[in-house]
Design a binder for this molecule. Structure first.
Ligand code: IYR
Length: 298
């Protein structure tokens, strides 16, 4: 009936159907590219808005600098004195000698995972931490807290937390490639050194500071500042003649922070066991990259 009254449809319906599909698809595509263009436009606009806002702010800051100066109080004393830098320039021979001696000292540092339980004077460790605390930091905010643990029970609690988390890390979180990459280093989730070493130094970064009245203080570049302090810490341990391993308590941080009663502005970054090496300590026979591989000169 239909085909009789509409012979055109009867004959050409496949072409009409294809045409209709293309029409619908074309519409959808046009709409979506419009959305993309529109979204790009929004981003561009908001970027321009924000940069022009920044410019406006800069201008405003310049215009009303005196007014703003009254609103902001520096964290450091506003009348901070600048005093002469006392310095003795080394002779060329001294430069060579000191540089070589320092290289030999740091080149001999190795990550050691088996410790002797022999005691070490706490004053030595305090001095090492004092050295780490000389690190430069953003706006001299010194955003670090070093927690020194020698208490046997607390060390055991820390070990328990770290091992529990590390077992999950090794079995699930780290993934096959990561655990395969670590195989030659023979590490696993058993962290005996956390209880054998006489000391654990736990380094916390302070994401922000707190004034005496409890107000938040900005801590600029806290990550890199703490990383530099940790570099000095491991160098000081080496210079003292002791050993350590940089240990990353992946996911164990919050529980450890709680047992050590550290405040909410602090986050555990690294744990360093410190002591003498075990008499049967071994190390992987690793070599460091040659200078030509790590240095680019212009
Ligand atoms: N944090 C783990 C895993 C680990 C990861 C890397 I990367 C190492 O260089 C070494 C160990 C552990 O301490 O075993």
């Amino acid at each position: 009936m239909f085909s009789q009254s509409f012979p055109f449809f009867n004959h050409y319906w496949p072409f009409l159907l294809i045409g209709f599909i293309f029409y619908v698809l074309g519409n959808v595509f046009a709409k979506s590219s419009k959305v993309v263009r529109h979204t790009k436009q929004i981003f561009k606009q908001s970027y321009e808005d924000s940069t022009s806002l920044e410019k406006e702010l800069e201008e405003e800051t310049e215009l009303e600098q005196d007014e703003l100066d009254d609103e902001f109080v520096p964290a450091l004393p506003s009348d901070l004195q600048h005093i002469p830098f006392v310095y003795t320039r080394p002779s060329p021979e001294q430069l060579v000698q000191r540089t070589q001696e320092f290289y030999e000292l740091v080149a001999a540092r190795r990550s050691i995972r088996s410790f002797s339980s022999d005691p070490v004077s706490k004053d030595i460790i305090r001095e090492i931490i004092k050295a780490a605390g000389t690190a430069p930091s953003g706006a001299h905010t010194e955003p670090w807290t070093f927690v020194l643990v020698s208490d046997v029970q607390i060390k055991a609690q820390i070990r328990e937390i770290v091992e529990r988390e590390e077992e999950v890390n090794y079995k699930r979180r780290m993934g096959k490639q990561w655990t395969t990459d670590l195989k030659p280093l023979r590490t696993n989730w058993i962290k005996e050194y956390l209880t054998t070493a006489p000391y654990l130094i736990l380094v916390f970064k302070q994401m922000y500071g707190l004034t005496e009245s409890g107000e938040r203080k900005n801590h600029y570049y806290h990550d890199i500042s703490v990383a530099i302090a940790c570099g000095i810490l491991i160098t000081a341990i080496q210079a003292a003649g002791l050993v350590t391993v940089v240990s990353t308590p992946l996911n164990g941080g919050p529980s450890i922070r709680k047992i050590l009663n550290r405040p909410a502005n602090e986050k555990l970054v690294l744990v360093f066991p410190v002591g003498y090496p075990a008499s049967d300590a071994t190390m992987p026979d690793l070599h460091r990259k040659h200078l030509s591989e790590i240095l680019v000169e212009f």
